[in-house]
Ligand binder design. Sequence first.
Ligand code: FES
Ligand SMILES: [Fe+2]
Length: 335
Amino acid sequence: MTDFIDTGLPIPLGWFAVAYSNELAPGDVQPLYVFDQHLVLFRTESGEAKLLEAFCPHLGAHLGHGGKVVGEHIACPFHAWEMNGAGEIKHIPYATAMPKRAQQGACMHSFPIQERNQMIWAWYHPRGLAPTWDIEDIPEFSDPDWSELKTWEWEFNSCIQETGENAVDIAHFVYVHNAQTMPKANIELDGHKRSTDMITLGPVIDDAGNMDMSRTEEMHLLSRNIGPGMSCQVFSRAFKTVLMGTITPITASRVKLRFAFTKPKNISEIFNVYTDGLIQEIVNQVQHDMPIWEHKIYREDPILCDGDGPIAKYRRWFAQFYDDGADETPVRLVK
Ligand code: FES
Ligand SMILES: [Fe+2]
């Protein structure tokens, strides 16, 4: 008997964060389990991050458990065969000739990698097809006037489509997160990108940081999603922070969610207080959502009412990230 809920949705294709850049120094090797498979992540001596399937093409040792970086290669802990980041066998210390199969190209699946916004991203496609877009830079994440990242992470049973739906499910902000009024959410779709402008009301805060509880003003939360695995949220008014949210499929029904916040270094004490309070509130909101996500089912054909947010529109957008297996250009553009 288990209460584990399988949503029935497959792992979507796209770019997914697999580590923070500073977690992987040159020469480091790590075992990794994402995309429902065993993988090995390593950084070569020249500094390039690489991600390969875990198991050696020789006799199947896991390269992430005892493998070592040798120059631009990874050496297997079992018999010291060396593979490069493209999954080709490059050196067998005790062979007089390269085996035929090793001469015919890559023997292990390698994942396309990008390193942006202080993270290492891997492209996952269920049939191994090439990327059809890029991860985008968040300028604040490489700006020396902005702080080091402050990070949180969670692992739980859910899937990416379900957690992403949160952003357009405006009614839950009142009933799960205790919002005073129902926010408005406008979403715009552009291929693999989605922008959401969420508008709520809050007390007026002037340029010096004085709060007037007797009057309200609109607050805009601008979110940009780049494919299923990355979001960037820019907060307005007194809340001087940018959040990058990443979500990575461990399996089809389990995910790793990471939040990374940065703030301008030179803001006044009062704005630091407002901003830190907001960051804590956003982190708390994940704890409110998690028990719902972990125990809900996915309703493919839900009964919706006129007060619900643009849930159907969001789902049509997300559908492009499920490989239909039919063609060589898997991403159908949905407008
Ligand atoms: S199993 Fe990897 S070198 Fe033999
Ligand atoms: Fe939520």
